[in-house]
Design a protein around this ligand. Structure first.
Ligand SMILES: Cc1cc2nc3c(=O)[nH]c(=O)nc-3n(C[C@H](O)[C@H](O)[C@H](O)COP(=O)(O)OP(=O)(O)OC[C@H]3O[C@@H](n4cnc5c(N)ncnc54)[C@H](O)[C@@H]3O)c2cc1C
Length: 395
């Protein structure tokens, strides 16, 4: 008899949350991680919980993002309660500044689109914006307020979630690199690791983020690619309450005693698995931060880092059964995986325990690119979401 009911591969936010939900059902869950748990995209991200679309391609994701955002308060309360740790969840909302000459027109278009998508975004007169956030630049032409948005300290959340999962009896296997999914007689029976040991289970869940295309044994290979995002943290004497952003980038406040930690980002770069921060990337991020809050020119830089977003050809996640009994995919969350963690874990629990899901997830079918390359040898084409070629990201 296999030692576990379910093997979850990848201890980022997505895999850890799925593992915890399954263990809460009384299943024996192994969470297998190639390095240290929670040190990839879930550690690198900014932690904005924004269901607003960041490009036309992400419009189909909005209902999913809204559903996940609505689960967040309960998700955080539960994890903080089980783990006894804080996750730095803040609900002040976000302010977006517009700088272009036709900012008023762009604002009306944005508000109309958001209302059609069920997002209660509001126009915010510039003097009001400066009243609520006195450190803001006076150079913006228009502003929008996103009262329903939140943010979370994703590093603190990941730590708390791993602790909660362990309390719920998830068995964690760090430094265990899965090389291959094992399929026997048309059924997934487990995984084989780099050192050739075999883990067997009735169900396997793939939550390997930007590294998913590297897994062997899934036909066709999972259609993911890494998109690098660089980040900088500042220690600021200008405390802010809201997430502040514009088309080129963002500033996210963290809870901290004394001078506030501000997390600023980011770039969108197709650099393979390279995780260098670059002079150009950091220069762009810091100049955007100063454009939003000029006094940040004197803020101390406390940390520079980058992470790999798990992108897919249409920028939507890969979620659901993989065409082989016992194998389920939960990856490709690209720029929204922190936001989408609670709904992903809920649907994966439903699928594995009850073999039904409470939300239609067909648009995320992990096999939807299967025709693009037979046996996964030809990569499907990836949509560009960066028509100006600017390499900057406001999420
Ligand atoms: C700069 C940046 C900013 C971002 N900002 C936001 C934001 O504001 N809001 C938001 O919602 N999202 C944001 N994101 C996206 C978000 O971080 C990701 O979508 C999310 O963290 C993906 O979670 P994950 O658990 O799937 O992947 P990861 O956190 O990358 O976890 C995958 C895990 O799988 C492990 N793994 C991989 N292959 C194997 C293997 N073969 N065997 C064993 N283990 C394996 C990895 O080591 C890793 O620990 C941002 C990302 C970046 C990089």
């Amino acid at each position: 008899m296999p030692s576990h009911d379910v093997i979850v591969i990848g201890a980022g936010l997505v895999g850890s949350a799925i593992a915890m939900r399954l263990a809460q059902e009384g299943l024996r869950v192994a969470l297998v991680e190639k390095n240290a748990p929670g040190r990839e995209a879930s550690w690198a991200g900014a932690g904005m919980l924004s269901p607003a679309p960041d490009s036309p391609a992400s419009i189909p994701l909005v209902p999913f993002g809204r559903a996940s955002l609505s689960l967040y308060p309960q998700f955080i309360a539960e994890i903080e309660d089980i783990s006894g740790r804080r996750a730095g969840y803040r609900t002040e909302g976000a302010i977006e500044l517009l700088f272009s000459a036709d900012a008023e027109r762009a604002l009306s278009t944005l508000i109309a689109l958001h209302h059609a998508l069920g997002l209660p975004t509001e126009p915010l007169p510039i003097d009001e914006a400066i009243k609520v956030e006195p450190a803001l630049t006076h150079r913006a032409q228009a502003a929008a307020y996103f009262p329903y948005e939140a943010c979370v300290d994703n590093r603190a959340l990941t730590e708390a979630l791993l602790a909660a999962a362990s309390i719920c009896r998830v068995e964690l296997f760090p430094a265990t690199h899965v090389r291959q999914i094992v399929i026997k007689h048309g059924r997934c029976t487990g995984v084989r690791t780099e050192n050739r040991s075999l883990f067997e289970a009735r169900d396997v869940v793939v939550a390997t983020g930007a590294f998913s295309s590297l897994l062997e044994g899934i036909v066709p290979r999972l259609a993911t690619r890494p998109i690098r995002g660089q980040m900088a943290a500042l220690r600021s004497q200008q405390p802010i309450g809201h997430v502040i952003r514009c088309e080129q980038g963002y500033i996210v406040p963290r809870d901290s005693a004394g001078p506030q930690r501000l997390v600023t980002g980011s770039t969108l770069e197709d650099a393979g698995f390279n995780k260098h921060v670059t002079a150009r990337g950091i220069e762009k991020i810091l100049s955007t931060a100063q454009e939003l809050i000029p006094k940040l020119a004197n803020a101390e830089i406390t940390e520079l880092w980058c992470g790999l977003r798990p992108d897919t050809p249409d920028h939507l996640p890969l979620l659901g059964p993989a065409g082989v009994d016992g194998l389920t995919i939960a990856t490709g969350h690209y720029r929204n995986g922190i936001l989408l963690t609670p709904i992903t874990a809920k649907l994966l629990r439903e699928w594995i325990v009850e073999k039904r899901v409470s939300m239609d997830w067909e648009i995320f079918n992990p096999l939807r690119f299967a025709g693009a390359g037979s046996a996964g040898t030809t990569a499907p084409e990836f949509l560009s979401d960066n028509p100006a070629g600017s390499e900057v990201a406001h999420k």
